[in-house]
Design a protein around this ligand. Structure first.
Ligand code: IPE
Ligand code: IPE
Ligand code: MG
Length: 243
């Protein structure tokens, strides 16, 4: 770990890292268990990632917890996942609060149970003034839904005469997304070997670096997070410009 930390360039720390935490089901199936066991065992990976962000001073981390398409899974898996959220959310959010990290959510959380929503609101309020970074939980999140939602809101405002078509530019649009107060994503990490975006932060990751690893999410540890950061720091970001 010490050797890895020596490779980190503290002058080039990404501002916003987003993670597609994938491979829980396969991790469990490899062990002859049901998929929910993999979801249960993913908490240490979240813990390690948040600690890694704190150690490096990464101010924003977004975790893809549940996508708008994940509702299409078998009812049994959805029920188990919701039960897991319902029973464990409080203890984990409390732990994050104790790390002085602010918690916010993106996505349509109104589709979750009242209990889950209340826990989320409670901890968003409680952690509002925390100063050791921001954890963004993507819950029932889908980038297409987010873009459509923004478009509808903007259309309403234009129809009501509050704004005109001329007012709509990139930053105006950005201000209508769930992520309106957040910086663009610098790095997307996806575990489990899949190399796709799966409807995650399409607008915000327009110029993000992508990092894929075969490690399944429940096996992902702080050293793996640091490897991803080191890889990111070797990239040459051009944003359409030349050297
Ligand atoms: C990610 O792991 C967690 C969620 C999407 C909720 P998966 O459940 O997708 O696990 P795999 O990809 O099927 O192994
Ligand atoms: C993306 O993983 C969603 C989350 C990690 C929450 P999926 O497992 O749902 O994505 P696909 O279906 O493989 O694209
Ligand atoms: Mg998956």
């Amino acid at each position: 770990m010490k050797k890895l930390l020596e490779k980190i360039d503290y002058n080039n720390i990404p501002h916003h890292v987003a993670i597609i935490m994938d491979g829980n089901g396969r991790w469990a199936e490899k062990r002859g268990k049901n998929r929910t066991f993999g979801h249960e065992k993913s908490i240490q990976s979240v813990r390690d990632t948040i600690n890694g962000c704190k150690e490096l001073g990464i101010p924003y981390i977004t975790l893809y917890v549940f996508s708008s398409e994940n509702w299409n899974r078998p009812k049994k898996e959805i029920d188990n996942l919701m039960h897991l959220f319902q029973t464990n959310l409080k203890i984990h959010l409390k732990e994050i609060h104790e790390k002085n990290v602010k918690i916010i959510t993106i996505g349509k959380i109104e589709k979750f149970s009242k209990v889950i929503q209340e826990e989320l609101f409670f901890f968003m309020k409680k952690t509002k003034y925390n100063t050791s970074g921001t954890l963004i939980l993507a819950l029932n999140y889908g980038a297409r839904e987010e873009i459509i939602r923004a478009t509808k809101n903007i259309t309403k405002k234009v129809c009501n005469g509050l704004f005109s078509e001329k007012d709509i530019d990139s930053s105006f649009f950005q201000n209508h997304l769930y992520t309106k107060d957040l910086p663009d994503v610098d790095l997307i990490i996806r575990t489990s070997g899949e190399q796709r975006i799966s409807n995650f932060l399409l607008w915000q990751s327009a110029y993000a670096e992508l990092y894929f690893t075969n490690i399944l999410w429940p096996d992902f540890r702080k050293k793996d997070f640091f490897e991803a950061i080191i890889s990111y720091q070797k990239r040459k970001r051009r944003f359409g410009n030349v050297e």
